[in-house]
Unconditional design. Structure first.
Lengths: 356, 356
């Protein structure tokens, strides 16, 4: 593959949305990155082109067999007007892990990061500067062969699209209420749970719908085998602070390895706060709650960074944490991580990649 | 919704493929059925239009979260030049079951069947007549909202596309070799296994690839919890004949209820051949094999109808059935079912819907 990225600029520019009314994932910038794959050419024709519809025959595999992978990361504008990416290497590494599971050919991670930087550079005026806002980045791969056979596609398209997004918490960081799901299953070992692929999200919709009907904003997933051990919360990883120690479910073959999860473990170790990755049951958490040892719980992910948990609904019982307030550690992690991402806090671990 | 289907005929007609060189799912007819859904309108604008690409923004949900469902059935041309559909009501019923699991609004089953008949009627010249050939029918639904949030789409498109297909067995019905998979998992109870959705097929690709590398054409799936109990074979249901009795895995919450599976159970009961749906472990099947009681095994599905199994690879051992030949019952079931589908055999259970 040639590493030359062809650039076709749009002849028109869209109006940028009002930063105060930004939602998540509804508005997209003027350009996108695209490259294609065929067995004979490998990945070819990398290009930055106007953001526009793609045209696919109804027999295209993406409409039928779910052989897709994606990533999510953000670009931030600092007070000094610098453009920061947060650990983009981790996202492209994980994209290739997802590719392995879905039988999709690897991309060149360094080239993808370079392509992203070029795209961001062209679209830099789209990165909002208001507190909590950022430019959400969605790299994804779809199968593009026109074929109804159940087999890995012989053709693919890799795309990166960009969406300016608002603060996840309109009124500052705020705890959410979580429904512990003991009927539907997100993923099991041997399935697709460790890959960032549509299947896991499609499987989650029904449980999410039920949780919302019951007044809860997200689902806590238990393991698919015994429905006992904690896996994830919604589409985030989860942490508990129990009697001074921080615990998160170990990577067991059905959990997605979050970049935020990894970053939080780094930070906690740096602060000498005990943290362990291990198998943890909902009963243990419940017992800790009853004994007065469950100090905090929070979800972690790119969208919300830290999502403090104010209440669990488990076995017909409401478990209220910290009087439904954001815990001290949750707040400190949120402030530090978002501080690093926006240049307000020292980049302790060399996580920031600046776009020039 | 108005039930009037708008018809726009194509101004050109494609050349029909040579019946002797027909593959599966590569060639499509001149027209397709389409209708759209929005929360305010429900399903609207049902139409038959030329088969052509669809244009979607890269942010369209179908590219990201796998919220898709589909069906597969066939139209047959009889010797008397009649057009037969095989149990289409079952497929549209199942499509709505899949819709439930994926949070997609129900379609009107009767209207969908009527739309299919109108489409088939327009495309009737595309139905091949050579033995074993048919017109494969693919109804499917994709989410069409432009949104990156993880939530059920607010907009959908339902489509039916048609593909003339060749005989599954070029040289007549022929046994396949099956690899018993004990690493990867297709589905578990609480997951999406009972729905016909991309997730299950995406999850299957890696195991299928490994099986092929080892010289096996399909995978036998074991349960995701204990990796002991038999679920499906490839994308088919599975039956065993053990000491005169036919056994198939019970519908346990992770197996797809196949229309062919259901039809075979009907036929066996009609013939007074003992048949039971129950939990069956691979060890039981292996023991029956060792004891000389494993008489036949076969997969069942719309594509191959009956796919006799000549060999299992299990625990590093090859289990050869029936000297690798097609069993007597497999052959009889194949002949009877394909006979009913093509009008050569009496329609015992009122399964045939004729298209005029």
């Amino acid at each position: 593959m040639t590493n030359k990225i062809n650039i076709t600029l749009s002849t028109t520019r869209k109006e940028k949305p009002n930063p105060s009314s930004l939602e998540f994932g509804r508005v997209f910038t003027d350009h996108m990155f695209v490259m294609d794959y065929s067995e004979t050419k490998g990945w070819y024709d990398p290009r930055i082109v106007p953001y526009e519809p793609i045209s696919l025959y109804p027999s295209t595999m993406v409409f039928h067999y779910g052989q897709t992978v994606f990533e999510g990361l953000k670009a931030y504008r600092t007070k000094e007007d610098k453009i920061f990416l947060f650990r983009p290497d981790k996202n492209f590494q994980r994209l290739n892990l997802s590719n392995d599971r879905l039988c999709i050919p690897h991309i060149d991670e360094e080239f993808a990061a370079e392509a992203l930087k070029q795209l961001i550079s062209i679209e830099k005026d789209w990165i909002p500067s208001a507190p909590g806002t950022s430019l959400y980045i969605r790299p994804f791969i779809i199968p593009t062969e026109y074929y109804l056979g159940v087999a890995p596609s012989k053709y693919y398209r890799f795309m990166i699209i960009l969406s300016p997004v608002g603060s996840y918490y309109k009124e500052g960081i705020k705890p959410v209420k979580i429904y512990v799901e003991d009927n539907y299953v997100r993923a099991v070992k041997g399935g697709t749970g460790t890959a960032k692929t549509g299947a896991n999200y499609a499987a989650s919709l029904k449980a999410q719908e039920n949780a919302e009907k019951n007044g809860y904003s997200q689902v806590l997933w238990l393991d698919g085998l015994e429905k006992k051990y904690i896996e994830e919360v919604g589409s985030m990883n989860i942490f508990f602070k129990i009697n001074g120690e921080v615990v998160t479910p170990a990577l067991n073959g059905s959990i997605l390895e979050g970049v935020t999860r990894n970053s939080i473990i780094h930070l906690l170790k740096h602060w000498d706060i005990p943290v362990s990755e291990k198998r943890i049951s909902m009963e243990e958490v419940y017992q800790a709650y009853k004994d007065g040892f469950l100090e905090e719980a929070f979800g972690t992910g790119t969208a919300a960074v830290i999502s403090p948990i104010g209440e669990f609904f488990y076995n017909d019982e409401k478990m209220v944490l910290n009087n439904g307030e954001t815990g001290e550690l949750s707040k400190k992690l949120y402030d530090t991580l978002t501080g690093i991402q926006t240049g307000k806090h020292e980049d302790l671990f060399n996580w920031i990649v600046e776009v020039n």
